[in-house]
Write a protein that binds this ligand. Structure first.
Ligand SMILES: Nc1ncnc2c1ncn2[C@@H]1O[C@H](COP(=O)(O)OP(=O)(O)OP(=O)(O)O)[C@@H](O)[C@H]1O
Length: 544
């Protein structure tokens, strides 16, 4: 923040060499911390302990095999010991390995997949190929640490250190490491908004983004329409003829942008494992578009054939027949993939916007594609090195986020202390400040009394509530009664000593982050009994 005397010196920018030498060992620390907290075998001496830790589910049987999600095999497992799965810590999108129930801890897996669906009684995993053996035997699933993520970040560090003077980002890198000042177009950029409701701060931000020649920071405090503005920037850039790579740290944030772009009929492609995408964006997925291409009829036939064979495989006990079926399945799956690979290049070439997670941007499929603009949403919640994966593919970038909200989650206390959590967004905001930044200043979520606190404490009192939310109350919602719990705009809750760890966060979520009405009602039910605790700690609650 600028001071009245103007004497506060800007921090000296981090050099590329410093960044590389600081980050490499911290990534190793973080990887170790993640492995020891999540992996089944690394930390557990026996299978029962692993199951108790929730990182392994023992005694499973395969109850269904389907071909779906663009050629993936969806295998459903249930417990052999009862109707409900034992307590576990598996979540959708986790990477898991399948093993024989009796196999030793370090034994090789029958297959590796991604958790697609979780119910109390079953778990469905998406595999690239049907495991060759063992589906008729008792099985177990083990959660594995996602080492690919760390490998990709390490590779990005290596690329950064080698390819500074070459490649699409050769002009961007010196700006982001303070060696060259950011440039801005001298002409005023005027544009006709696609979204007629944009407020003045959103329009100003779009204009500034369109004028930037290297880097622009979109600072979006809670509920101020950061993603709305990102979408407008993408639409304007597409209109200008730019090819854009749009990313975020999480799949959900990427899908959120896809959903908002689809109605504008933008030529877009969503890259990512189909099991990790929201069902409503599957149509935009790369694999789906490939299947719709010229080869789709053939691919369909192949999939039908695979489905029939999968059914047969489940019923067949004879070892030789099973081997024959598996061989045939492998050939078919190879054939399907070959056709898809050819089609992938066509789909990516013709897209104006490619969307994926930061880590997903490492995909080999993008190896020969460069971009006029890389946009990163949630940039203040992402590790800097993860941002560099897409950034290395473009000559300009827009980073959207709010460095005054939660930083990225770091597992290793030591890595966090030594600066792994310091984000690119925060670093650039400190080095270049207003020169490259626009802050959104109208919020569309909170009652103004809730907003006032954060506005004063964090945003120099610059945030204003839009009239549609400035005085809205929880009991305005359909189905919410006016009671002592829903009446106050602000509620002070003491969680000290009552064992309600996490409650503070819950309330914070309610106040700031969620827009979904059903979700809010559900949370209200949970919160109501907790309100009886003695009050000491200050927090705020009202419909957001
Ligand atoms: N100009 C606008 N006019 C009316 N509503 C708007 C406007 N801009 C944003 N909104 C609404 O405000 C809400 C928040 O918008 P959006 O999700 O884009 O914000 P965000 O800053 O990305 O949110 P978050 O705080 O979750 O990061 C949405 O419901 C959106 O429709």
């Amino acid at each position: 923040m600028a001071t009245g005397t103007g004497s506060k010196k800007k921090p000296s920018p981090l050099s590329l060499e410093q960044f590389i030498s600081i980050t490499a060992p911290l990534l190793d620390l973080e990887k170790e911390a993640e492995i020891s907290s999540s992996i089944a075998t690394g930390a557990s001496r026996n299978l029962d302990t692993a199951q108790k830790r929730g990182s392994t589910i023992l005694n499973l049987k395969c109850v269904d095999v389907q071909t779906g999600l663009m050629g993936k095999s969806l295998i459903e497992f249930q417990s052999t010991k009862g109707d409900v799965l034992p307590a576990h810590k598996f979540g959708t999108h986790d990477v898991v390995v399948l093993k024989l129930n009796k196999a030793d801890l370090g034994s090789p897996a029958l297959g590796q997949g991604v958790v697609y669906r979780l119910k109390d009684s079953s778990i469905t995993v998406a595999f690239d190929d049907i495991p060759e053996d063992g589906l008729n035997s008792p099985l177990r699933l083990e959660k594995v640490a996602n080492e690919v993520t760390y490998r990709r970040m390490k590779d990005a560090l290596i690329q950064l250190s080698k390819g500074v003077h070459k490649g699409p980002a050769s002009d961007l890198i010196p700006v982001l490491f303070g060696e060259r000042p950011p440039a801005v177009s001298k002409k005023d950029v005027s544009f006709t908004p696609f979204n007629k409701n944009l407020d003045h701060s959103q329009k100003e931000a779009v204009s500034k983004a369109l004028s930037s020649k290297n880097v622009f920071l979109l600072h979006g405090p809670p509920g101020t329409g950061k993603t709305t503005t990102v979408v407008e920037i993408i639409l304007q850039e597409v209109k200008r003829g730019s090819k854009i790579l749009a990313c975020a740290a999480s799949n959900i944030a990427v899908d959120n942008i896809v959903e908002r772009l689809v109605p504008h009929r933008v030529k877009l492609v969503r890259l990512g494992h189909p099991a990790r995408l929201l069902p409503q964006v599957l149509d935009s997925a790369l694999d789906a578009q490939v299947l719709r291409g010229d080869n789709s009829g053939l691919a369909n036939d192949i999939r039908k054939e695979m489905k029939a064979l999968n059914g047969k495989l489940l019923k067949t006990k004879d070892r030789n027949t099973r081997k024959d079926i598996q061989r045939e399945l492998r050939t078919l799956s190879k054939e399907e993939r070959k056709r898809q690979q050819l089609a992938v290049t066509d789909v990516l070439k013709s897209a104006d916007v490619i969307l994926t997670t930061l880590i997903g941007a490492f995909s080999k499929k993008l190896d020969s594609t460069s971009f006029d603009l890389v946009i990163i949403d949630e940039a203040a919640q992402a590790l800097e090195i993860a941002c560099w994966i897409p950034l290395l593919k473009g000559s300009r970038c827009v980073l959207a986020g709010d460095h005054l909200q939660l930083p990225p989650t770091i597992q290793s206390v030591e890595a966090e202390k030594k600066g792994l959590g310091r984000t690119l967004f925060e670093r650039l905001a400190e080095v270049y400040g207003d020169e490259i930044t626009s802050m959104l200043t109208v919020q569309y979520r909170m009652h103004e009394l809730i907003m006032d606190w954060s506005s004063k404490e964090l945003y120099n009192s610059k945030i204003k509530a839009h009239p549609s939310v400035t005085a809205h109350m929880l009991y305005d919602l359909e189905g919410v009664k006016r009671t002592t719990s829903t009446e106050p705009t602000l509620l002070l809750i003491d969680t000290a000593g009552d064992g309600y760890t996490g409650f503070f966060y819950l309330i914070k979520n309610l106040a700031y982050d969620q827009t979904d009405v059903t979700w809010k009602k559900r949370k209200m039910k949970k919160i109501a009994p907790l309100m009886k605790v003695k009050l000491r700690l200050l927090w705020l609650m009202q419909r957001d």
